[in-house]
Design a protein around this ligand. Sequence first.
Ligand code: GTP
Length: 597
Amino acid sequence: MGTEHIRNFSIVAHIDHGKSTLADRMLELTGSITDRDRQEQMLDSMDLERERGITIKASAVTMKYELDGKEYMLNLIDTPGHVDFHYEVSRALAACEGALLVVDASQGVEAQTVANTYLAVETGAEIIGVINKIDLPAAQPQVVIEEVEHAIGLSKGECFPISAKSGEGVGELLRAVIQLLPPPEDHSDEPSSALIFDANFNDYRGVICYVKVVGGKLRTRQKIRLMGTGRTYVISEIGKFAPQMTAVDELGSGEVGYVIANIKELADVTIGDTITDDANPAEKPLPGYQPPAQMVFSDFYPGNNTDYPKLRGAFEKLATNDSSFTFTPQSSPALGFGFRCGFLGLLHMEIVQERLEREYDIDVVQTAPTVSYEVITKDGETIRIDSPSMLPDPSHIEALKEPYVRLEIITSSDTIGGIMTLAEGKRCQLIKTDYLSKTRVLLEYKAPLAEIVYDFYDLLKGISHGYATMDYELIGFEKSNLAKVDILVNKKAVDALSVILHRSNAEVRGRKLLQKLRKAIPKHQFEIPLQAAIGGKIIARETIKAYRKDVTSKLYGGDVSRKMKVLKKQKEGKKRMKSIGSVQIPQEAFMSILDTS
Ligand code: GTP
């Protein structure tokens, strides 16, 4: 039947610019949703997503639309708008020939708009500009179209002013999708090949793979092979999201839908892998895309109401539906039993933390996020590490590399000075400054990820009074002048406290750490030296003065029961202390330090 009637496209946008509302309106206009009482925003299916207003998992939906007497099949692949989920945007785009770039007419182009455009351009997708929310009194569609022309290079004819809320202009937009975006290439005479661009796990049906068929077709009861793992399965159901799962007999070249094939675990499926026919396989897999890498790490320990097995159980469940989240058991003499968790970025981490609390009623104590590093050994080997304790002996290290990102910041021109000072202090190199309009500027930097996950975003928001937006994308690991900084308490190194820092700010950060530690460790009967050292060389020092604490001295009179209570509390506190040498460090002290390390 050919592919001329098919259009596969994504909607990409900055958070809140109206992507889900537009998707919803398109579903309505194409008659894909008939139930008037349907929940708003079909494509956001998780509660948390709806509440936080962010789209987490990519989903796909097939719509029918008639133009000039011809019926078209429009496959809309939803994408998340946030920076941490870039890889999901990329994998959704890998299944598309086009993308709608939504920009809020009252806000203008934002950092994520630009970052998403780069992704779309990289995957070769054609872009249509959508200027949304033209119904708002503050909308300035003409100004925003100019910004889009400037920042993204689209012409006026490629931009469509709409109101996703009222539906104004959405019909024209659907027509533009058909007229301006190309159909998928027709490879129906080739052996079966389909790209897995997403997958999720359903308690009743097992793993559901979202696929785009490229070569030949897929049909029910076909014996398929996943080219990455070599494993074979039989398709038990194949179908489309219309928007509910609707079984069909087959999916042809260019079509998008789902495959269920008795795959038991999400871990058995690699997103980006190719499905082919077992008996008549494709010659080579389809070009995949970069799998996501966990770039941000943090240790989670059970909090007040939680024990270790409960936390592990919750993590196991979370991981079945989020293949980009990792957790490995971790035990340290100082902190007890917990997990080292890997995330795509800071928001991803926040989401996991929030889901733990909400869905599993679990309280966690969490250390500050750190990034992963690469170690080049003297033997020329490259090792990826995500914690200072994994560093090999310094005599085996040839060089250390840290992850760098391309960072885009869009801000008002009167805040540029402050932001540039902030960026310089964070080792960022300015790549370009681009005035989008008289009052709005795009700053592009090359920046070390470690500095960005530290406190950059909060400071940026502060300097710009909440106005600036930022987005970043990993560009790779580069050699950097890094050092492992050991923290010594009473002359003894405490492993759980060591950190990897850039030498340019090791002294300042080292000192800050010691100052926190000084406040967090109670005074002892002897003086305790605190030191930060790089390879035996002391770079900062603080001292905890000797003091004998009498916890009952503030209690006047003879209220014995009150005194007993205070003493009991002190005793309990001591039980939680960890002895390092002869110094007792409360667990909270470790936490408070790691909290900004
Ligand atoms: P994320 O899922 O967080 O990425 O957001 P989104 O881009 O999907 O935005 P969403 O569709 O959730 O819209 C954000 C807000 O803008 C909601 O409160 C919508 O009701 C509102 N909105 C969307 N489109 C329009 C529009 O055309 N006009 C007006 N006035 N409001 C709109």
